[in-house]
Design a protein around this ligand. Structure first.
Ligand code: NAD
Length: 241
C-alpha cells in the first residue's frame, strides 16, 4: 500500500494486517512508514517498509518488484498516497503547487495502477482501491489542485475498472469526507490563518481513519466480489445531494 505512513494509510495497513499474510508499506516519510510496519508486525502479520516517491515511474516500478520479490504476488493494492496542497482562490493558486498535486495525486495513482496491473493482469486476480475524496465529486472553494486531481483519480478508477473487465480483478475508489488527520489539521490551519474558501456543507463531524480502513477492507475482500468501478463515498452523508 502507498501512503502507509499517513493517518488513513496507517489505519488501512493495520486493518489489512488482520486478514493478510504480509503488508508492504510504501511512503516518502521513513519514520512514520517504519512505525506503521512495526504496528503491522505487532498484529502478527509480516511487514516491510519501502521508501519510494509514487510520482516517480522508476521508484514505483521498483517498489512493485521489491514487494513481489519479498512476499510473492500482490493480490491487494491500496493506492492511497496523496497531498493536499494549499488553500487559495484559483486566481492566486500557485502553479508549482498545482503541478506537484498533479504529479503525486494523479500521476502517482496512474503509475501505481500501471505497474501493479501489469503484474495482476496475467494472473487475472486482484483488488485495488484508489483513495480519492469527496472532492472527486464536488467543487470546494480554494482547493483547485486537490479537487482537480481527485476528480482525475475517479476517472482513472473508472478506466481501470473497464480495462480489467472480464477478469477477476476489481478496481474501486474510496471517497472519504473529512477525517481527523494531519491533512485536515493542515487545511483547517490555513483557513484559520486567513486563506479563503473551503466552505463545507452538511452536519456530520469528521470521520476516523478506521472508518475509511474498514471500507477498504470490505472492498478488497471477496464480500465485494461484484463491486468494480465504484465510487464508494464514506462521509456520514455529508455529500448526499
Ligand atoms: N484526511 C482527510 O480528511 C482525507 C479526506 C479525503 C481523502 N483523503 C485522502 O486520503 C489519502 C491519505 O490521506 P491522509 O489523511 O492519511 O494524509 P497524510 O498526509 O497523513 O498521509 C499521506 C501520506 O502519503 C505520503 N506521501 C505524500 N506524497 C508522497 C509521495 N510522493 N510518495 C509516497 N508517499 C507520499 C505522506 O508522506 C503521508 O505519509 C490521501 O490520498 C488523501 O488525499 C484524506
Amino acid at each position: 500500500m502507498t501512503g502507509g505512513g499517513g493517518y488513513i494509510g496507517r489505519a488501512i495497513a493495520r486493518r489489512l494486517a488482520l486478514t493478510s499474510s504480509a503488508v508492504a508499506i510504501v511512503d516518502l516519510d521513513e519514520q512514520r512508514g517504519v512505525e506503521t510496519a512495526y504496528l503491522v508486525e505487532e498484529a502478527g502479520c509480516k511487514a516491510k517498509f519501502i521508501r519510494a516517491d509514487v510520482s516517480s515511474s522508476e521508484e514505483t516500478s521498483g517498489f512493485v518488484e521489491e514487494v513481489e520479490r519479498t512476499f510473492g504476488p500482490i493480490t491487494i493494492f491500496a493506492n492511497n498516497a496523496g497531498i493536499e496542497g494549499v488553500v487559495a482562490p484559483i486566481h492566486e493558486y500557485p502553479e508549482d503547487v498545482f503541478d506537484r498535486l498533479l504529479q503525486v495525486n494523479t500521476k502517482g495513482i496512474f503509475l501505481g495502477l500501471k505497474y501493479v496491473l501489469a503484474k495482476m493482469m496475467p494472473r487475472g486476480v486482484g483488488a485495488i482501491v484508489n483513495t480519492a475524496s469527496t472532492s472527486a465529486i464536488r467543487g470546494r472553494a480554494g482547493l483547485a489542485g486537490y479537487v482537480a486531481t481527485k476528480h482525475a483519480v475517479l476517472g482513472l478508477t473508472r478506466v481501470a475498472a473497464l480495462d480489467v473487465a472480464g477478469t477477476q480483478i476489481r478496481v474501486n475508489a474510496i471517497l472519504p469526507g473529512p477525517v481527523q488527520s494531519r491533512m485536515m489539521d493542515a487545511l483547517d490551519d490555513q483557513v484559520r490563518n486567513g486563506a479563503g474558501g473551503l466552505r463545507r456543507s452538511g452536519a456530520a463531524g469528521y470521520g476516523r481513519p478506521e472508518d475509511i480502513a474498514s471500507v477498504v477492507a470490505f472492498l478488497t475482500s471477496n464480500e465485494a466480489a461484484h463491486v468494480n468501478g465504484a465510487a464508494w463515498v464514506v462521509d456520514a452523508g455529508m455529500t448526499v445531494p
